[in-house]
Design a protein around this ligand. Structure first.
Ligand code: AMP
Ligand code: ZN
Length: 666
């Protein structure tokens, strides 16, 4: 097989796997196998730029940067939808339709109304050529590079598609994907995003498409616009779009009467919470396209479609007081304390107000009557104020300027929504928050000790930081409230047992800002012990794969604080793990220390990933491009001529797979 044939066959294979995984939800190979094939293709594409393909699956990983999104016209206007809120509204709509259509029979297609960002995709001869946001309906922003990274958007269609058409749909984040993204952000000390919809639409306007590629976005399609498409009904549109390779949700129903439509809306008003994404209603469309054309459009929306909005789970209550919570990293969260109210089956007493901007935006004040809603988030939110009920002497909310817990003046960094209390050493909730993080399951996992006990121990003056946990005695703890003999013993034993927790988890437990679980693992692996990590400069840190400047600065600043160093010294003296264990160090040497490698081509006895690991385990570094700092180029089969020329030009030695392995005597 020629190189070009090999590339084509890899591309076809990867396309099919993407389709199975992202459109059909039926993967047939493991993620690992997929990654290996994708890497192989990436390598070949880098080596043979002559064999590019604008629809290659490698485009899905992004990397294109868009500085300014160009505004482009929609060839076919993107309309809004009229809203209805009751059975009566829907029946009135049906009467209006019947008046125009005479007594012709009308069927309806019912679909869910997905809550995301609308998008219009243009396909020509089966290829995705353009993706444009809705904008004002007449023109939108060209976000093609970003959309190409969404795996359920086909870059190339299957079957018998029209030669040119626009297809419309919604870019969404699944609830699971959204929750996962937020968990990672919180772990890294960043603010969580507010809701899936805004996050999805914000994602479309990220400048770096590689970041878009990392977000679990999906694209659900629901309508087609174009000339002479030969389609006769909306239901057929959905079926055809599915055949051409688009992701079309399975929930859609052809209804013969408004009574059937109501059955559909009633069913989904309840069952919508079982769906993996957010919906805010049902869209009812006249099924026949000929009838749609007869009905036409108003200035804003089609007469042949109607959105039926689910009743938001909303309640009205009084906001008694705004209080402020201080998190482990010092981040301030304003909280609305409410007169208890029943909402979606639970009593709600508190709601998040997010930050100062949000308070100003909805102009919410103490004493106001507010609307509380439960959306995709777990914590309810205040969506607005009933201004008619506001008392005349009400004053705008003045956001606090000092920490409610320690009095320190708050700071707000450029570009951040949250205020912070900078007194990390002396601010009580930051101290207990750090200890609570330290003992948590993914960190030191201390059995027999919970968050409330930490607060109690701190209040009683028994602990002031996490090192103090290790000198607690049973006798000290016993007098505490609700502390039985057995639980005191469990606590002390739990603390002692945590001394065996491996280095990377200890590192995570320290609570360095932006050092989440994954980053801690990377740092532990790269530096091997705490001394080396503490001695590392920002430059050394950034040299580690995937460690950016923000993390590097945070690590250096943490270790430059004498109080932190003192605590680490104490933890060391108690016997915690501050270096990788023998087992972890096994097969790791310093043989390649100080050497930077570039690997290129396809290898015979070892996969690229294993080769990379081998270099890193032996103290070497792997870089993706050749520069004067490269010590060796490890060349596999089919290495591109440009790399060779560059290496030769810079005098970088080119070694084979065998020569490399000999260096390590393996
Ligand atoms: P609105 O923004 O309230 O005017 O509602 C119109 C928007 O609903 C459209 O622009 C689409 O983005 C969105 N939408 C979500 N699901 C559907 C669907 N199944 N059919 C049509 N529009 C939908
Ligand atoms: Zn404080």
């Amino acid at each position: 097989m020629s190189i070009e044939q090999k590339m084509t066959s890899l591309r076809n294979e990867l396309r099919e796997h993407n389709y199975k995984y992202y459109v059909l939800d039926e993967p047939s190979i493991s993620d690992y196998e997929f990654d290996m094939k994708l890497k192989e293709l990436q390598t070949l594409e880098a080596e043979y730029p002559g064999f590019q393909d604008p629809t290659s699956p490698t485009l899905r990983v992004g990397g294109m940067v868009t500085k300014n999104f160009e505004t482009v016209p929609h060839e076919h206007r993107m309309y809004s939808l009229d809203n209805s809120y009751s059975k009566e509204d829907l029946e009135d709509w049906e009467k209006r339709i019947q008046r125009i259509l005479g007594d012709a029979e009308v069927e309806f297609t019912c679909e869910l109304k997905y809550d995301g960002a609308s998008i219009s995709l243009t396909y020509e001869n089966g290829f995705l050529v353009k993706a444009v946001t809705r904008g004002d309906g007449f023109q939108g922003d060209d976000v093609t590079n970003n959309i190409k990274t969404i795996k359920s958007v086909p870059l190339q269609l299957k079957g018998d598609y029209p030669s040119k058409f626009d297809i419309r749909g919604e870019i969404i984040l699944t609830l699971e994907g959204f929750a996962k993204m937020n968990a990672e952000r919180v772990e890294a000390g960043e603010d969580p995003y507010m809701n899936p919809r805004n996050t999805a639409s914000g994602s479309l306007k990220l400048q770096d498409s590689a970041l878009v590629a990392q977000r679990p976005l999906e694209c659900l399609l629901y309508s087609i616009a174009g000339d002479n498409l030969g389609l006769t009904s909306q239901f057929e549109v959905l079926e055809k779009a599915r055949v051409w390779g688009f992701k079309v949700p399975a929930v859609a129903k052809l209804c013969k009467s408004t009574a059937e439509v109501m059955q559909f809306t009633d069913y989904w008003a309840i069952h919508r919470h079982e769906l993996p994404y957010e919906t805010d209603g049902v869209v009812v469309k006249v099924n026949s396209i000929q009838q749609q054309e007869e009905l036409g459009y108003t200035a804003k929306s089609p007469r042949w479609a109607m959105a039926y909005k689910f009743k938001a789970e909303q309640a009205t209550t009084t906001l008694n007081k705004i209080t402020y919570q201080v998190g482990r990293t010092g981040a301030i969260t304003p909280v609305a304390n409410l007169a208890p109210v029943l909402l979606a089956g639970t009593t709600v007493k508190r709601a998040s107000l997010h930050n100062a901007d949000q308070i100003a935006k909805i102009d919410v004040r103490e004493g106001d009557t507010v609307f509380v809603e439960k959306g995709g988030e777990i914590i309810p939110k205040i969506v607005g104020v009933d201004f008619t009920k506001r008392s005349v002497d009400s004053e705008p909310t003045k956001y606090i300027e000092n920490c409610p817990e320690c009095g320190t003046e708050l700071i707000r960094k450029e570009g951040e929504a949250q205020h912070f209390c900078p007194n990390d050493i002396g601010c009580p909730p930051q101290i207990t928050g750090r200890i609570q993080h330290f003992i948590s399951r993914k960190a030191m996992d201390i059995e027999g000790l919970g968050g409330e006990t930490v607060e109690l121990l701190f209040k009683e003056g028994l602990i002031g930081n996490y090192a103090d946990l290790y000198i607690l005695t049973k006798e000290q703890i016993l007098p505490l409230e609700r502390m039985a003999d057995k639980s005191a013993e469990n606590l002390v034993n739990g603390v002692q047992a945590s001394k065996a927790i491996p280095f990377e988890r200890v590192l995570f437990a320290l609570g360095i800002r932006y050092v989440g679980e994954t980053v801690a693992k990377k740092l532990a692996k790269a530096f091997k012990d705490i001394e080396a990590l503490m001695a590392a400069s920002e430059e050394d840190l950034v040299a580690v794969d995937e460690i950016g400047e923000r993390i590097a600065a945070s690590v250096v600043s943490f270790f430059s604080e004498p109080a932190n160093v003192a605590i680490i010294e104490r933890l060391k003296s108690y016997g915690l793990q501050f270096s990788l264990s023998e087992a972890q160090l096994e097969n790791q040497t310093e043989l390649l220390k100080g050497n930077t490698f570039v690997i290129s081509g396809v290898f015979e006895t070892i996969s690229r990933n294993d080769l990379k690991k081998l270099i890193e385990d032996n103290g070497g570094k792997v870089s993706s491009s050749i520069s004067s700092k490269t010590n060796f180029l490890v060349a596999g089969d089919n290495m591109g001529p440009s790399k060779r020329t560059k290496a030769e030009g810079l005098g970088v030695p080119i070694i084979s797979e065998q020569e490399f392995l000999q260096k390590l005597n393996v």
